[in-house]
Design a protein around this ligand. Sequence first.
Ligand SMILES: NC(=O)c1ccc[n+]([C@@H]2O[C@H](COP(=O)([O-])OP(=O)(O)OC[C@H]3O[C@@H](n4cnc5c(N)ncnc54)[C@H](OP(=O)(O)O)[C@@H]3O)[C@@H](O)[C@H]2O)c1
Length: 272
Amino acid sequence: MSGEEKVVCVTGATGYIASWLVKLLLQRGYTVKATVRDTKDLKKTEHLLALDGAKERLKLFKADLLDEGSFDSAVDGCQVMFNGKTLSPDVVIDETWFSDPISCEKLKLWYMLSKTLAEEAAWKFAEENDIDLVAINPGLVIGPLIQPTLGFSLETFLKLVKGTKVFPDGMCILVDVRDVANAHIQAFEIPAASGRYCIVAKVIHYFEVFKILHGLYPTLNLLEKCEDDKPLLPAYKISQDKAKSLVISFVPLEVSLRDTVESFKDYGFLTI
Ligand SMILES: NC(=O)c1ccc[n+]([C@@H]2O[C@H](COP(=O)([O-])OP(=O)(O)OC[C@H]3O[C@@H](n4cnc5c(N)ncnc54)[C@H](OP(=O)(O)O)[C@@H]3O)[C@@H](O)[C@H]2O)c1
């Protein structure tokens, strides 16, 4: 590809993961056609426009998943489409569901179902249309922010860090946003990449995450107990063998946690 312009598309570019993807793509010399729902909403786009290389190689396109055909001009002429939004439409969430454990459990099941069905549909579509699809499935994504708003995952994580949400007795499946963005690019650049990749740096009990956070930030107002006193769920692991074939070296958990908290502080979401 050297010598010629490398043009790629990133959808849902204002999002947490996709913003990092745009940043790394620009750093690697790509020209990025990025889709956003509202090109005029500077609050959501100005961090993208301020990235190194954006002036020369970033172009924003207006597109909405619910508006058929709206992605056509953004995808036109691109070597690859990175789906920052993935293929699920929005689910309307009522905040009160989170305070009700049964609704919260149901919501988790709906989320998993919607992701599974969306990925199945993507594989079917790719096969029928001879598209070379690679799926990147991350755990809960943490790490520094480059956009000024919090998505669902970081909003939940912020509540845990602030001690305003009880943490569940369960496993936290964590990965740094920089590794997730990098994995997307590696999956495109490495010709042998194919199929599905689970991108997970660490599977760890919530209470152990809180121990690390407490060590890093003793003044954080963390809760000391999870939501029930039952024996802890057994730990499990997620293999990194396939992910490592994308030549990613995972950011250590302590670094991800520290950088997340520092970002919360920098953007004024947390004062300690
Ligand atoms: N973050 C995690 O921990 C995590 C883990 C596993 C999987 N994922 C999945 O990865 C994807 C990205 O996650 P994220 O945390 O980066 O999300 P995010 O920060 O919430 O960003 C979501 C993006 O989707 C866009 N969007 C929403 N509805 C859309 C529509 N109808 N048409 C076009 N764009 C639309 C939003 O655009 P606007 O700016 O216009 O609202 C935003 O750019 C999501 O599908 C998420 O479920 C995330």
